[in-house]
Design a protein around this ligand. Structure first.
Ligand SMILES: NC(=O)c1ccc[n+]([C@@H]2O[C@H](COP(=O)([O-])OP(=O)(O)OC[C@H]3O[C@@H](n4cnc5c(N)ncnc54)[C@H](OP(=O)(O)O)[C@@H]3O)[C@@H](O)[C@H]2O)c1
Length: 320
């Protein structure tokens, strides 16, 4: 366990608030949901496997059964490797949820073998960045009507290692590297969060803050593909070597929780965090030109060319 691990000490309650958390049937997403639920939030669990999400929901409810002021857990299918699934999920949420006060773009896949999403994007760029980009764009009209609101995007220190190759985002022209592709997707997370803050400001939209973060090195299922891309037994070996320095999932969720709820960062936006503190991302993540290029490219790739999330009207709910 690391000697220092940042912690969110805020006692803020979330009764009456709605949070959407992607990829939360395990790992730090699951701990984030548990925390929000204990604070009284209505939490939409956006997961690709209904079965895994159901098991997690039951586990959390069981764990909290003696608490008096807890929230609600709602499962909705959302597979981030399919933009169609993201669109269907967003529609359902916009139809049913009167407000969205917290959006946590948490789901992630790391160092998987070369592969493509349903829409033909490299798996990590498509899942970790583009799907969250689309989700955020589609939910903004409702988030705008739910202020104060926060949009938290879970990145990684891995964003520092490589850059973004705008000429070959999908590894069609260069040799695929699982580590490089993960790094590219996590750099995209930070650039997106920064540019979103800038665009909200440009559009005079107050009350929505954005945050990106490195959660630490944590004992989760994230290394599930290591044996396939490195060598058999590598996941175990790396886990063994890093074990003393790794956080528990509960510790790993603290920076996400801090950015989502803590009063201390309520007036901050567009910044990058680690161990519940603002920290500098790599200078590649501070490149404003790249942030704008990524925004334009992402709008094009998710086919939102004629859509302006900042002026689009809130469709209103159709289900209660
Ligand atoms: N663990 C670390 O050391 C570490 C370090 C830096 C950053 N992070 C970041 O933290 C976030 C959470 O990771 P974790 O460590 O908690 O990993 P994890 O235990 O592997 O959890 C990842 C979650 O994302 C979901 N997911 C993956 N692909 C998805 C898809 N196509 N559609 C919907 N959900 C999908 C997984 O669902 P399934 O269970 O169905 O696969 C799972 O719920 C990620 O963004 C990761 O990059 C983690």
């Amino acid at each position: 366990m690391p000697i220092f691990s940042g912690r969110c000490y805020s006692n803020v309650k979330l009764a009456g608030k709605t949070a959407v958390v992607t990829g939360c049937n395990t790992g730090i997403g699951k701990e984030t949901v548990l925390d929000f639920y204990k604070r009284g939030a209505r939490v939409i669990m956006a997961c690709r496997s209904q079965e895994k999400a159901e098991a997690t929901k039951v586990e959390i409810e069981q764990k909290c059964k003696d608490l008096s002021e807890k929230g609600d857990l709602i499962i909705e299918k959302c597979d981030l490797s399919s933009l169609n699934s993201v669109r269907q999920f967003s529609k359902k949420i916009l139809d049913s949820e009167a407000q969205i006060n917290i959006l946590v773009n948490n789901a992630g896949v790391m160092m998987c073998p070369k592969g493509y999403t349903e829409d033909g994007f490299e798996t990590q760029f498509g899942t970790n960045h583009l799907a969250h980009f689309l989700l955020t764009m589609l939910l903004i009209p409702r988030i705008k009507n739910s202020t104060p609101a926060r949009i938290v995007t879970v990145s990684s220190k891995a964003h520092t290692r490589y850059g973004i190759n705008f000429d070959d985002l999908n590894y069609e022209k260069r040799q695929y590297s699982a580590a490089e592709a993960y790094s590219q997707s996590k750099l995209a997370n930070v650039l997106f969060s920064r540019e979103l803050a800038a665009k909200l400001k440009e559009n005079n939209i107050m009350g929505i803050n954005t945050y990106s973060l490195h959660p630490g090195v944590i004992r989760t299922e994230l290394g599930r593909h290591l044996d396939e891309v490195l060598f058999k037994g590598s996941r175990r070996m790396i886990g063994f070597v890093l074990y003393p320095f790794m956080k528990t999932p509960e510790q790993g969720a603290q920076t996400t929780i801090y950015c989502s709820v803590d009063e201390k960062c309520a007036n901050e936006t567009g910044l990058y965090y680690s161990d519940c503190e603002v920290t500098n991302p790599d200078r590649k993540a501070l490149n404003d030109e790249h942030a704008k290029m990524l925004w334009e490219k992402s709008m094009e790739l998710v086919k939102l060319n004629d859509y302006n999330p900042f002026t689009a009207s809130d469709p209103g709910i159709t289900r209660k």
